[in-house]
Design a protein around this ligand. Structure first.
Ligand code: UDP
Length: 239
């Protein structure tokens, strides 16, 4: 018997907005992400989204010209806010109302993230896009996704990727990569499978929050997960 999911936290990488370009925005890719979120709303799910900033800037990649990691990460967090605004606009085009809540206060741009506000919007049927990461350097948006999922008491964290789920090695580079359908948090951590960073997985493990990893480029996949279909791979407690 499938368990229907009521509230999700969707983690999109910044790359999801750049399509095959690798950086910046690809309008078709942005629309595809918005349509996926819309499908989820149309079947009655409450949707929180954490979006990365990798299509614009990643703190760890900037050491050649920004020597201070805190500054570099701040630039990365600001990049996630640009992406959050882009997704909000794309959602609005599809008729879905969304709000950006940010961990870094900037009242002229977006509301400041609080749990109460996030739940108010979700319960009113609005998509909540969490921008600005955790608001702290040395973290990633994967960790922010785990954090926000726990704060909004999501039933499931969905990690969007460009492959069909979790493999024991990169399936794009290795034709003999094995697909892993259902694994424990400890296996994801000990085998360093690259599902999410270790801090994010540890947070999910401590709070028993399952992570479903799906191919975001297949239209309809988010809705399938919400209907309870066991597509992609899952990381959860297995004993
Ligand atoms: N970042 C940060 N703290 C956070 C979240 C993100 O400092 O809580 C910065 C960090 O520099 C990171 C960048 O924002 O590289 C963009 O986030 P991420 O690399 O996770 O984006 P993605 O790879 O998902 O596109």
């Amino acid at each position: 018997m499938h368990k229907r999911i009521k509230r999700i936290l969707l983690k999109l990488s910044g790359e999801a907005l750049s399509g095959t370009r690798g950086n910046g925005f690809d309008p078709d890719a942005v629309s595809l992400m918005a349509e996926g979120v819309k499908d989820a709303c149309d079947i009655g799910a409450q949707v929180g989204v954490v979006i990365g900033g990798g299509n614009i800037f990643r703190g760890a990649d900037a050491s050649s010209f920004v020597s201070d990691r805190v500054s570099a990460d701040t630039m990365g967090m600001l990049a996630t806010i640009i992406n959050a605004l882009a997704l909000k606009e794309a959602l609005s085009k599809t008729g879905v109302e969304a709000r950006v809540l940010t961990a870094i206060e900037m009242p002229k741009v977006a509301q400041t993230m609080t749990k109460t506000l996030a739940l108010e919007h979700l319960n009113a049927g609005r998509v909540v896009i969490f921008g600005g990461g955790t608001g702290n350097p040395f973290f990633t948006t994967d960790t922010n996704a785990a954090l926000r999922a726990l704060e909004i008491e999501a039933d499931l964290l969905i990690k969007a990727t460009k492959v069909d789920g979790i493999y024991d090695k990169d399936p794009v580079k290795h034709s003999d990569a094995n697909f892993l359908k259902d694994i424990d948090y400890d296996e994801a951590l000990s085998k360093n499978l690259g599902v999410m960073d270790a801090t994010a997985i540890a947070l999910c493990r401590e709070n028993d929050l399952p992570i479903r990893v799906i191919n975001i480029r297949v239209p309809g996949n988010i809705a399938r997960v919400i209907r309870g279909e066991a597509i992609g791979s899952v990381v959860r407690r297995r004993n």
